[in-house]
Write a protein that binds this ligand. Structure first.
Ligand SMILES: [Zn+2]
Length: 492
């Protein structure tokens, strides 16, 4: 305590009060990386920062997990930007309709979506501390949104397990029990659902609550922090093929810009890394692709470690990989990401606007028909993504029939839901609805078929012309709940 008081005095007289924020190690009472921090302690640290740097942090609890742990985001920037946070947000969103003149970069850093990839939340604490102290210059034209733990239930499951089984001191032998987490492990949430497959489908409470905040911001850059196997080096952008064809040249190029900046720091430290392998940009329900289809630069960063590494583990080349090392790497890429964004504010805003101005889609409208409950379910999902839709008029629609894969014409009625790509969320609508996704490579990390009309068991047509619709039509949720007649395709 004496040491603490002395340093408080020295710092407050030398640098002013803002420099007296406690680091994570000082706040937690142990050196960061020497223990795993339970979620409530992480929340306490964020609260401490928000109370003691209230002009530079705004902390928001956006929901709770199934096990009632709080879900939080912290907005970090300069006092001027935090005071103007709402007008910065509105100006940024105006850019999606070609209006407004935003000047700030919006960077969102998401940690620990996989609970047992346990370094991320630890790294988030050091990262926010550095953004408030040594790297505060990045904040002049940047708002950083930090979610220290997307999956608190899974992470605490891992941390509690590790604390129960670890040796003292910890054992780096990979055969030790402390490196063999059993079933049920901490990767997934309370219901054992992988939250990094849920960005598009929103089946879990964590995703459902987070998407509301995400849609309020639509960040220029989003990073999803992960961990891979113990023996792998670090992975960062640029991503591997296949890229979805809607990914723009700028989105590809900026991944390279960010990757090169990371490489500079990794090279200087002699840290191993790789790029352009394994982690592609296709399936839309990830923390990298979903933000990408919303106009951002979405990226996955993968440290080697995961639920196997514990506080330290011997790798197959005989090195010892420690939690300290893992924190240093995620800290470096997190700060480097903010640095690059802060230096490219103008370009990020210009390209973000261009992304949303593009309406050059092959299919202009998707028309859906079928069971009213299924139509209601898909309408609710579209609402969550802020994808607009309407209800068809009596008439016909011509296009690609999902049931046959051939061109055809269908009679439309006001019970048919119509999604047009001629809207702000046009790119996301295309990715979720298109009948066939173009694969640029024969290999991909995950599934290649997710088209919503098929997933919801609906009949559908993808039309290359705009199908007229009424947003408040008779098919809306308060419509008479009568079963609709099956469509009879008229092949042409
Ligand atoms: Zn992961």
């Amino acid at each position: 305590m004496k040491k603490l008081l002395l340093s408080f005095f020295l710092l407050s007289t030398t640098y002013g009060i803002s420099q007296t924020l406690l680091s994570p190690s000082d706040f937690l009472g142990y050196e960061l990386g020497s223990e795993f921090t339970r979620h409530h302690q992480v929340v306490d640290y964020y609260k401490y920062l928000a109370e003691n740097a209230s002009d530079r942090i705004k902390l928001v609890e956006y929901g709770k997990t199934n096990e009632r742990r709080p879900l939080i985001v912290a907005y970090v920037s300069t006092p001027e930007n935090i005071a103007a946070l709402e007008s910065i947000r509105l100006e940024h969103l105006k850019n999606t309709t070609g209006q407004g003149s935003p000047t700030k970069a919006i960077v969102w850093l998401s940690y620990n979506v996989h609970g047992n990839e346990s370094v991320s939340t630890e790294a988030s604490m050091q990262t926010i501390y550095e953004l408030l102290t040594s790297k505060s210059s990045y904040m002049e034209n940047t708002v950083v949104i930090m979610d220290p733990c997307i999956n608190p239930d899974g992470r605490d499951r891992y941390v509690n397990w590790y604390n129960q089984f670890k040796n003292t001191p910890n054992n780096i032998d990979p055969n030790s029990k402390e490196h063999h987490e059993g079933w049920l492990n901490g990767r997934s949430n309370h219901y054992m659902f992988d939250l990094n497959r849920d960005w598009a489908w929103l089946t879990q409470v964590e995703s459902q609550q987070r998407i509301k905040v995400f849609n309020q911001w639509l960040p220029h850059v989003h990073v999803d922090f992960h961990e891979q196997g113990v023996n792998n080096p670090y992975y960062f952008a640029p991503a591997a093929e296949p890229f979805h064809e809607v990914v723009t040249d700028f989105q590809r190029d900026f991944q390279i810009t960010i990757g090169k900046n990371h490489a500079k720091y990794f090279d200087a430290n002699g840290w191993f890394y790789f790029t352009k392998e394994v982690f592609d940009l296709l399936y839309p329900s990830y923390g990298d692709t979903y933000p990408t289809y919303n106009g951002g630069i979405g990226m996955t960063y993968e440290q080697g470690g995961s639920g196997r590494a514990g506080l330290g583990v011997r790798t197959f080349i005989g090195d010892t990989l420690t939690l300290h090392d893992r924190i240093a790497h995620h800290l470096t890429t997190g700060l480097s990401t903010v640095e690059v964004a802060s230096k490219n504010t103008e370009k990020l805003n210009r390209e973000f606007k261009k992304f949303y101005q593009n309406k050059n889609f092959k299919y202009k409208s998707y028309v859906l028909n079928g069971d009213p409950d299924k139509i209601d379910a898909i309408a609710a999902l579209l609402n969550s993504h802020e994808i607009k839709y309407g209800w068809a008029k009596e008439g016909t629609a011509k296009g690609h029939l999902y049931s046959s894969g051939k061109l055809g014409t269908l009679k439309t009625t006001p019970a048919n839901l119509v999604v047009s790509t001629n809207q702000v969320k046009g790119t996301l609508a295309q990715v979720l609805m298109e009948p066939n996704t173009k694969l640029s490579d024969s290999l991909t990390y995950d599934i290649t078929a997710w088209s919503l009309p098929y997933a919801y068991g609906l009949e559908a047509i993808a039309s290359q012309s705009l199908v007229e619709s009424d947003p408040s039509g008779a098919g809306s949720l308060n419509r008479l709940r009568e079963p609709t007649l099956a469509w009879t395709p008229m092949l042409i």
